[in-house]
Design a binder for this molecule. Structure first.
Ligand SMILES: O=c1ccn([C@H]2C[C@H](O)[C@@H](COP(=O)(O)OP(=O)(O)OP(=O)(O)O)O2)c(=O)[nH]1
Ligand SMILES: [Mg+2]
Length: 148
């Protein structure tokens, strides 16, 4: 099984998403903003950043767009909708919704590694609406019901 990628014109010369080490869970994905025209995010600002790639994910799988911890730690840059969901039937450009939670402007340059892509299996489950559900010991307890 492979992840098929189509490169769009504005990603000419940009490395496709890639695993940086042999054991990496995620492939780093890069910004396809125009060369010499960085996208600057002011504190609190968000932007949909183009990656220049369309994915064909095998049926039964999804791609998750997750933040890079280095960008989050050093600059407060993260994915607003993390983990972003790329559906296997999506044939548009993959985009990364970045937000600047830091206190300084942050510039996203062409080819910068802005996020990581995790491929994960998914199950579509049929839904049934019923009147009664099975009892459990937990019941409706949650949100700290078991203590600290
Ligand atoms: O970070 C993201 C999240 C989503 N998408 C694309 C791929 C995904 O398959 C599609 C729809 O995403 P989602 O279901 O999260 O958004 P929605 O608000 O429910 O839109 P839609 O009504 O199109 O499903 O948008 C991205 O490119 N990047
Ligand atoms: Mg949706």
């Amino acid at each position: 099984m492979t992840l098929k990628l189509k490169r769009l014109e504005h990603a000419d010369g940009i490395e496709p998403p890639a695993y940086e080490t042999t054991g990496s869970a995620g492939m780093d994905i890069r910004a396809a903003v125009a060369a010499g025209e960085p996208l600057t995010l002011a504190p609190g600002e968000r932007a949909l950043v183009p990656t220049g790639f369309i994915f064909e994910i095998p049926e039964g799988y999804e791609a998750q767009i997750r933040p890079r911890s280095g960008l989050a730690f050093k600059h407060g840059i993260t994915c607003l909708n993390t983990p972003g969901t790329i559906d296997s039937d999506y044939r548009g450009e993959v985009k990364v919704l970045l937000v600047n939670l830091g206190d300084k402007d942050f510039s996203i340059e062409r080819d910068m590694r802005i996020a990581q892509v995790i491929i994960a299996p998914v199950t579509q489950m049929p839904v049934t609406v019923v009147d009664d559900l099975t009892d459990t010991a937990r019941g409706a307890g949650g949100f700290g019901s078991t203590g600290v």
